[in-house]
Design a protein around this ligand. Structure first.
Ligand code: ZN
Ligand code: ZN
Length: 185
């Protein structure tokens, strides 16, 4: 997998960072061992004093829509004559079913979850969502937050190199607490 890193720095002190630290494949692990996609976004963590991946719980409507859409798509096939007679598009039906199961797990996590969204590096809830700028090639863009430590401006530009790695799997409890990291596919 190849991803472009955005460099981030402060114009007043020697702070340097980048979007690369938010890269990874993030999952919750249920008690039965099932891994469920963790919805995240970039943010600023006031404990890490850096750009980190943070949990994002604004996806409830998206999840419900996905469930509805996949149920209708499945039904469209399973009620068709060609499916009933010949089992046509069985593979698609299975794909829709997998998606429905995965989305139901995500909904389950929403319902069980007690704590506020957390920083996925340190677990702090002292965080704020920050959109990482995507300036045109060679241009510099300012982040919507300042560097509190020194009062400087946080700036961003695309870096010259691409990150070409297999992203690690980062695994968390339902409450967003880190359990372990798995490398490899
Ligand atoms: Zn600074
Ligand atoms: Zn943190």
């Amino acid at each position: 997998m190849s991803m472009e890193d955005v460099e981030i720095w402060c114009d007043r002190c020697d702070f340097k960072s980048g979007s690369g630290r938010t890269f990874g494949r993030y999952f919750y692990e249920l008690k039965n061992g099932q891994l469920v996609d963790l919805n995240r976004e970039p943010g600023w963590c006031y404990r890490c004093e850096n750009i980190e991946s943070i949990e994002n719980f604004s996806d409830k409507d998206f999840i419900k829509n996905e469930i509805d859409n996949n149920i209708s798509a499945r039904q469209k096939i399973t009620t068709s004559i060609s499916f009933k007679l010949f089992g046509h598009q069985k593979k698609h039906v299975m794909q829709f079913e997998e998606k429905i199961v995965q989305m139901n797990y995500r909904l389950f996590i929403h319902e069980q979850r007690k704590s506020l969204p957390k920083c996925l590096r340190c677990g702090s809830t002292d965080i704020i969502s920050v959109k990482i700028p995507d300036p045109p090639e060679g241009a510099i863009e300012e982040l919507p937050i300042m560097h509190l430590k020194c009062g400087g401006r946080l700036l961003a530009k695309h870096s010259d190199f691409r990150v070409n790695i297999i992203l690690p799997k980062l695994i968390y409890t339902l409450e967003g607490d880190f359990i372990r990291k798995e490398t490899g596919r």
